[in-house]
Design a protein around this ligand. Structure first.
Ligand code: FAD
Length: 269
């Protein structure tokens, strides 16, 4: 459990990190909270020659209101999201999702940008961002661009980030007072979701029901057409492709998606 040798360099700004990414190319990896990257390096599933630490890079952390959106810096910690009065008021689903990530140590190190860039389909924040209809700001040598959450997750642990691009911020629509629901089925308190469901404003997102966080579109359409919560949630697993592992086979995950969706919808209505 010892990583391959690597060099370490601390970026002092987003611009500096992007310069370092351009300088080191494929040999480099961005280091944020390190709670996904370092375990992968210890298992030798990743062996970057250079780590570019962005944790102390100026201007990348913090939560601000920009019109009808919250703008959350990439290195904002899960614990800060969970405890922020602004996030709890304007995007309580996101604050709740952050409060369920791992344990207190993980929440005090892990960052929203790291969680999204890691793109684990079982993770909490990617599902929450898809449910909220949020987006991510990424910046690279060619400039900045905004990517809708649903387009950002490109495959199993894959994103739409191009080579040399840094995820700099996350944008979340403000939705104070809008009913929401969140269910995460786990075996132990600090685990990733065996299946997760988050819903708000007619959108239903699923975690661990495919290679990326998915929308339960058949259930959404049924709800919009006036179906009952029971009838809509019966469609929650349609169009999904859950994997199988030691925790659950496909049929159990599909069952969980239906049951958790019904619980979420009942909380909302
Ligand atoms: C025991 C344990 C339990 C956990 N439980 C949960 C859980 O219940 N739910 C959950 O959602 N997560 C869980 N996690 C994961 C945790 O949330 C991580 O903090 C998160 O997935 C990664 O964030 P990080 O800041 O640590 O990123 P890092 O580990 O530093 O980086 C992860 C990846 O993202 C890249 N990256 C990081 N930041 C950026 C950026 N700004 N731009 C471009 N690329 C970037 C890195 O190069 C790396 O490839 C758990 C982790 C552990 C160790």
């Amino acid at each position: 459990m010892i990583p391959a040798p690597f060099d370490y360099v601390a970026a002092d700004s987003a611009e500096h990190a992007i310069e370092l990414l351009a300088e080191h190319g494929d040999d480099a990896k961005v280091l944020a909270g390190g709670h996904s990257l370092l375990p992968m390096m210890k298992l030798r599933l990743a062996a970057p020659a250079v780590l570019i630490d962005i944790c102390r890079a100026g201007g990348l952390a913090g939560i601000a209101i920009d019109g009808d959106e919250l703008v959350i810096g990439a290195t904002t910690r899960h614990a800060d999201l969970a405890s922020s009065p602004v996030v709890r008021a304007d995007a309580p689903l996101l604050a709740h999702a952050a409060s369920l990530v791992g344990d207190p140590q993980i929440r005090h190190r892990g960052t929203i940008g790291g969680s999204l860039a890691h793109a684990d389909p079982a993770a909490d924040l990617p599902m929450a961002l898809v449910a909220l209809g949020g987006s991510v700001e990424v910046t690279g040598p060619a400039g900045a661009r905004l990517i809708a959450a649903e387009d950002f997750f490109a495959g199993f642990f894959e994103t739409a980030l191009d080579d040399g691009e840094l995820l700099t911020a996350v944008r979340v629509p403000r939705a104070p007072g809008v009913p929401w629901g969140y269910e995460k089925f786990v075996r132990r308190a600090n685990d990733w979701a065996i299946v997760g469901v988050a819903a708000i404003d007619g959108r239903i997102a699923l975690a661990n029901m495919g290679p990326v966080p998915l929308r339960a579109r058949a259930a959404e359409r049924a709800l919009a057409a006036g179906a009952s919560n029971a009838d809509a949630s019966a469609l929650a697993a349609e169009g999904t492709s859950p994997g199988e592992d030691i925790h659950a086979d496909r049929a159990f995950r599909e069952h969980l998606a239906r049951v958790l969706t019904r619980r979420v919808l009942e909380r909302i209505s």
